[in-house]
Design a protein around this ligand. Structure first.
Ligand code: NI
Length: 173
């Protein structure tokens, strides 16, 4: 297993559309293991492959208190959204230190393959439902700050670029 480096907003590679996984083979299983390790190491509750510059439809999530209940979604599709929506403060490992309100469906039903390639259907609500929608946006090349006003988004962009410069990192890492 290995820690993967996480793309930082506004890296344009975060806007790449992820393609479906063709086969849940050893390569994908190794990616899943590395993504889980990377997510836990960064104290995140979710990570999409897009964020580690692998543009295939793989998401890992763990919203449990003990960080011992990993959920793996391969080729996920949301087949039902509740009409009821909720505004929740979100953050993202690709936009560290930034939190802002995003409105999402309170419940979703998702179909996906699990880490063994078996089909699964999942009903989710609460934080899990929000996290699934956030991670699946990444697969579409969408980062949560894109739901915010252009003014807020530009402020975040400027702040992120400044922080990166201060750390001596290149503009597109
Ligand atoms: Ni994110």
């Amino acid at each position: 297993m290995a820690l993967l480096s996480i793309l930082q907003y506004p890296d344009p590679k975060l806007h790449t559309l992820a393609r479906p996984v063709q086969a849940v083979d050893a390569r994908i299983q190794a990616l899943v293991a590395d993504m889980l390790e990377t997510m836990y190491d960064a104290n995140g509750i979710g990570l999409a492959a897009s964020q580690v510059d692998v543009h295939e439809q793989v998401v890992v999530i763990d919203v449990s208190e003990e960080h011992d209940t990993p959920l793996v979604l391969i080729n996920p599709a949301i087949v039902w959204f509740s009409e009821e929506r909720v505004l929740n403060e979100e953050g993202c490992l690709s936009v560290p230190g930034i939190y802002d309100g995003v409105e999402r469906a309170t419940q979703v039903r998702v179909t996906a393959l699990d880490r063994d390639g078996q089909p699964q259907t999942l009903e989710a609500d609460g934080l899990l439902a929000i996290c699934i929608q956030h991670e699946m946006d990444h697969l579409l090349g969408k980062v949560f700050v894109e739901y915010l006003s252009p003014l807020k988004r530009n402020r975040i962009k400027t702040k992120m670029l400044k922080t990166r410069r201060a750390l001596g990192k290149p503009e597109t890492a």
